[in-house]
Design a protein around this ligand. Sequence first.
Ligand code: PLP
Length: 395
Amino acid sequence: MVSKKMLDLGNIRSGIRDIYEYGTKLAEKIGVENVLDFSLGNPSTPAPREVENTIRHIVTELSPKDYNSYTSAPGDKNSRLAVAKNLNARFGTDYDENNIFLTCGAAASLNIIFKAIIESEEDEIIVNTPYFPDYKVFIEGQGAKFVLAKCSDDLTLDIAELEKRINVNTKAVLINSPNNPSGIIYPKENIEDLVKMLNRKQKEYAHPIFLISDEPYREVVFEEESPEFLPNLYNNTLVAYSWSKSLSLPGERIGYILVPKKAIDYTDIFAAISGSARVLGYVCAPSLFQKVIKECVGVKPNIDVYRTNRNILYSALIEMGYVVPNPSGAFYMFIKSPNSDGRDFCERAKNYNMLLVPGEGFGMKEYARLSFCVDTQKVEKSINIFRILMDEYNK
Ligand code: PLP
């Protein structure tokens, strides 16, 4: 009656949503102020004032026809050009509107890319553990094999592990830096090693291996260190970007795909991206927000609260003896359970109305993920609970 494949993908429970729904019910019972809900990655800071002012300006000064209409499939030319110019100024590139395809956020960008490049069900796309759980649904949904490569103990890319997974069917390697769930930014040398290895493997198999860079957190970084701009290092890079997190617009659905001219068969890739977006029914990215992006592409996100939360949590957890990498970006902490059982850790936290997400959905069952895009007060309240939990384990 229905597609078995879609049924199976639809029935994969989202660990994140499950905990979030549990938290919503709990909040109805005991009051939202008493639930320390660290489950979802919904930005807690509102969209920057410039975004609000631009929306106000558009809806008061323009006719609804100007901002409610269809645009061309890749998006309004001037909006795409604004994105291209912003990238050129930051990364010394020479992009124009023909390199940018505006989308309904990173999830759309990724699905469009996967559908555009997958040629057969033998094709494989490699993802590094820990990973954003929806990757599995997206990759399998678009008809390729989902292949996992474990990261090193410090959660940076393990190039030797990755290399072992590459074979004649490898279509792409997907990376995400800053990473959800670890907050790690893959260091420059790590990326350089990846690029060397991929270039070697492309030669060996005599076909392109795409590097797909999923970058919704590019702008959410706490240190000087920022993620490498991969198209400048590896020609066959495709970037999936989103303003969901950087401009706190997750419900508005706006992002882009960058197809650099240096990518092999650039013209065909861009055409296949257009075909894929059409088949998936995206039509065009939201028209009003294409206009917002044209004006706000250079606006810096306000990440002060995330940085404060990160600092409070990280120093407290390390002092208590938890194993946790210090997130350089995004707004997640990936905490190792003291008994290496992430689910047990989350269940124990629930007893104190503190909600974390078990790491198994991210491919590492020893861990739990905490989203610190919340009010700082909640982070402060959590410290005592983490101490009680550590004492329980040490008994
Ligand atoms: N990729 C990663 C790593 C994410 O964390 C998310 C959302 O949390 C997405 C993609 C999807 O983002 P978007 O809202 O832009 O579709």
